[in-house]
Design a protein around this ligand. Structure first.
Ligand SMILES: [Zn+2]
Length: 291
């Protein structure tokens, strides 16, 4: 996903904004506005529906709420799906890649090695054998298609989905079929896929519950979902990461499991690991099944 400032004025130099966003993630004014916005209207948790969510923090971009019941943090001023999509389409994609190169994923090859390790760790071989040679996989948030390549190498027939037209073009050059859409607008026929994967995508979506429901519907019975997210064992790191303008949700295990259960998934495996790139941040990876 693109690291873009969703509501910051475009006239200011990006570097300065990025710096200020990181070094001074909260101003008194933003904090006061966020606090009032959260107080004046009753908001409910986007995952469990709990009505007494609390205001916790404000950055230049977002006001963050926390649900005491499932312990997820989410942005109060979520962009709607169309706005999110437009932001990506109008953005300069070359800059996006540069940004990601220098800022979000400094070692793209290293990152992919970790994804290969993730698939190894999930021990999908038995499942893949069972599904035969016509098995189909969908990757939501496929970026330039590195994971699609890994899946293809493992014998999957793959389709990608990404919000960026530019990324889709890159994938098409590699011979992949990619649909340009937001994750909450996936529109495949029900029971189309044996596997859905999402790496570091769900936290960028505006409605993870809807995404989970769509994924459930698009999976065949017995199909599996693999997804990975940033995970914050340390509250200090969590609060620092609030200033990443692309991150709209920060999940807890409790919140994730509630979301999966209420959408009908059965839990198979999960693990938390620290990768070499995002240290000291962690990742949490889930393997779940549609029974
Ligand atoms: Zn909740």
């Amino acid at each position: 996903m693109k690291i873009r400032d969703l509501v910051q004025p475009a006239s200011l130099p990006r570097r300065l904004l990025r710096f200020s966003c990181y070094k001074f993630p909260c101003t008194i004014k933003n904090f006061a506005v966020g606090f009032l916005k959260a107080k004046l209207k009753r908001h409910q948790c986007n995952i469990c529906g709990y009505r007494k969510v609390e205001f916790v923090y404000a950055t230049y971009v977002h006001y963050f709420l926390r649900c005491p019941q499932c312990n997820i943090y989410f942005a109060l001023n979520l962009p709607n799906a169309e706005k999110l999509r437009q932001e990506y389409i109008v953005s300069n994609d070359k800059e996006y890649l540069q940004e990601r190169g220098e800022y979000a994923i400094p070692n793209w090859n290293g990152w992919m090695d970790w994804k290969i390790q993730t698939f190894k760790r999930l021990k999908l071989e038995e499942f893949e054998k069972e599904k035969g040679s016509l098995r189909r996989a969908l990757e939501i948030g496929c970026a330039e298609g590195k994971v699609l390549e890994i899946l293809k190498e493992r014998g999957w027939n793959v389709i990608g989905l990404d919000i960026s037209e530019y990324e889709a073009r890159l994938c098409k050059k590699l011979g992949f079929n990619v649909i340009v859409a937001t994750a909450d607008k996936i529109n495949f026929r029900d029971e189309s896929f044996d596997l859905v994967v999402m790496f570091h995508t769900l936290e960028h979506t505006t409605n993870p519950m809807l995404v989970a429901r769509n994924v459930f519907n698009t999976l065949k019975k017995g199909g599996r979902l693999v997804f990975e997210l940033p995970y914050f064992l340390d509250k200090k790191i969590l609060f620092e990461d609030f200033s990443n303008p692309g991150h709209l949700y920060f999940f807890s295990e409790k919140g994730l499991e509630k979301m999966l259960r209420s959408n009908g998934f059965t839990y198979l495996d999960k693990f938390i690991y620290e990768d070499q790139i995002h240290k000291p941040k962690c990742n949490i990876c889930y393997l779940v099944e549609k029974r």
